[in-house]
Design a protein around this ligand. Structure first.
Ligand code: FES
Length: 226
């Protein structure tokens, strides 16, 4: 019969787990309230959205898109509007608005250009696209051109790795990009044309229009963003 073998697996007591690490405060910028006209318009759109849900609070995500489309980003006024409309606290709205990366906390250009720099896109040139594009435009990552037309940011994998490196404009796909094709794409957009996305709707909307679509509302003719 084989003798049992006992192993001493833990000689050092583990560090106590702490959840008390200080975190930077969550802050929103921009106006704190809307004009009467804007409030009236937002109220009407919000009522249409909220009516689709059995519980009003379930409308928070589309309402955040609504105010983001109006302001170009999530402002203090937008947070207060969502909280007021859905009977939530500002902290509850903020916790959702800061969880999802599609909600922005800084003014956005008419066209939000996202360069994927996750593994496959990066290996195939995504990092170089981002570097050359921001260098060409003279802005940093997350910055907006002086004409307010374009904001450039890096984005995480958009599950389009087959077409890497991928650039997104207002969340429409532009596949198989190179630094020069991405610069040409952005310059075409700045010049006023709307290059067709590689897939999907074949229509490129402004950031404000796209946000309204994501809110479940038809786009308006108005621009938006910074
Ligand atoms: S890594 Fe870029 S789309 Fe997947």
């Amino acid at each position: 019969m084989t003798e049992p073998v006992f192993l001493e697996v833990l000689k050092v007591a583990p560090e106590p787990f702490s959840t008390s690490t200080p975190q930077p405060p969550i802050e929103f910028a921009g106006p704190t309230s809307y004009s009467d006209d804007d409030r009236q318009s937002l109220d009407a759109d919000a009522a249409e959205i909220v009516a689709r849900y059995p519980q009003p609070r379930s409308a928070l995500l589309p309402l955040l898109h609504l105010v983001q489309g109006h302001d170009g980003y999530i402002t203090r006024a937008g947070v207060a509007f969502c909280a007021d409309t859905l009977d939530l606290t500002a902290a509850q709205v903020a916790s959702v608005a800061t969880f999802y990366s599609m909600y922005r906390r800084e003014p956005t250009g008419d066209y939000l250009v996202g360069v994927c720099t996750n593994t496959l896109c990066a290996v195939l040139g995504g990092d170089e696209i981002l570097a050359q594009l921001t260098d060409h435009l003279g802005i940093g990552v997350g910055g907006t051109t002086a004409d307010g037309r374009v904001t450039v940011e890096h984005v995480e994998c958009n599950a389009a790795c087959d077409f890497a490196p991928v650039v997104m404009v207002n969340w429409e796909f532009y596949d198989n990009q190179t630094p020069s094709s991405a610069i040409e794409l952005v310059e075409d957009i700045r010049a006023g044309s709307k290059p067709s996305p590689s897939r999907g709707t074949q229509t490129l909307c402004t950031f404000a229009q796209t946000a309204r679509l994501l809110a479940g509302l038809p786009p308006t003719d108005e621009g938006g963003g910074a």
